[in-house]
Write a protein that binds this ligand. Structure first.
Ligand code: GN1
Ligand code: MG
Length: 363
């Protein structure tokens, strides 16, 4: 990467002074880049979009631009300022919020949010309450966004019925001849195929409303203020599209109420924390009061189950396909992730009645 040149094309005047790659994120490559020095130092986040996953990167940026503009206006009305509460993208030489490097790579850059931190694993219920509040707020901020103006970035992204069909087909094909290594996991997921598809069927029939949703609400996509611990904003808007609100709730608790990282190999450490689930639900339901239908609220516990099965099937399918989609750092990384998510799904399955009681308490 020639950050000096990329920076100049994004209108940064100061000289390039250094960078580090940020390891979180399974799809794009993300870099924290410094320009200038001392008092004059400026920090930016540069991202190279994965154009295998995002085949229409300009459509991604079209969505993000319009959604962040909408959010800025709403926040100005509500709080008089949107500072640190929404991502601000840099404009390249031709006026677009992205550019193509000489080698064809697709790049975007945004202002670094100072004094903010993201977590892969939640530390305590207060923190997760904050995350629930911010994802609830996100849903509210976009409640009047015109969904029809958004591009469908990845068709059928959370169509779990289709995901399970693709998974079953991948098992049959077994392109990388790895099926033998995952027989138990395959059986577990295929046995739950119908249950996994529940939400996507209800979305299809209109029993669940289609809203503008984030679609990648894992906990590392929330920025917190380093000092106050308050959640500032949801980041990573690549997959903002029409979808089911319950999936955003489900994906957030799948990742944030888990007691271990998504790729923890020691399955004894992987469980679903009810106190964390309760804290998130409280924050989320406070913020979305009056917005969600009864049916949507009823389905929140199930959503965690469906999305965990969905993700397990995606990781396992990628393993069977020879690791073409998610970034890996070890040969069986996707198998480890799949086993981890299956363990989590087992625990959620056992805790569904408790989760339902919790939702009843805060609705
Ligand atoms: C990917 O790139 P990242 O880490 O934000 C994936 C999500 C998965 C997540 C699991 C576009 O998200 O759907 O839930 O990994 N994003 C895409 O960690 O497929
Ligand atoms: Mg993402």
């Amino acid at each position: 990467m020639d950050f000096q040149q990329l920076g100049r094309r994004f209108g940064i005047q100061k000289p390039f002074a250094g960078f580090q790659e940020l390891s979180s994120g399974n799809i794009n490559r993300t870099y924290e880049v410094i320009f200038g020095s001392g008092e004059q130092e400026e920090l930016y986040i540069f991202q190279r979009l994965n154009t295998y996953v995002f085949q229409q990167p300009e459509a991604v940026m079209h969505n993000i631009h319009n959604v962040t503009e909408h959010i800025k206006h709403k926040l100005l009305d509500r709080y008089g300022s949107y500072e640190r509460r929404v991502l601000s993208f840099l404009t390249a030489e031709d006026g677009n919020p992205y550019l193509y490097a000489e080698n064809g790579e697709f790049w975007r850059a945004y202002q670094f949010v100072g004094g903010a931190i993201a977590y892969d694993v939640i530390g305590n219920p207060d923190q997760f309450y904050e995350a629930g509040r911010i994802f609830g707020e996100f849903q509210g901020l976009l409640a009047d966004f015109p969904a029809a103006t958004l591009h469908e970035i990845i068709p059928d992204f959370h169509n779990t019925t289709k995901r399970m069909e693709d998974f079953a087909a991948g098992v049959q094909k077994d392109p990388a001849a790895r099926r033998k290594q995952a027989e138990n996991e395959i059986r577990f997921l295929l046995e739950r195929r119908d249950e996994a598809g529940l939400l996507s069927r209800l979305l299809e029939t209109g029993e669940l409303p289609c809203r503008v949703t984030h679609n990648d609400t894992k906990i590392s996509n929330v920025l917190f203020d380093e000092h106050t611990g308050k959640a500032l904003c949801a980041i990573d808007l690549d997959t903002v599209m029409p979808g089911a609100a319950a999936y955003d709730f489900g994906d957030a608790v799948r990742s944030g109420a888990a007691t271990a990282r998504e790729d923890e190999e020691n399955l004894d450490l992987v469980s679903f924390s009810l106190p964390l689930f309760e804290a998130f639900s409280k924050g989320y339901l406070q913020e979305t009061a009056g917005l969600l239908t009864d049916r949507e609220i009823d389905l929140l516990p199930r959503s965690a189950y469906c999305i965990t099965l969905e993700l397990a099937s995606r990781f396992l399918l990628d393993y069977l396909n020879g690791d073409v989609y998610f970034k890996i750092t070890r040969p069986d990384h996707n198998l480890i992730r799949a086993r981890n998510q299956i363990q989590l799904a087992r625990d959620i399955e056992a805790k569904l009645p408790d989760m339902e009681n919790i939702i009843r308490k805060y609705r």
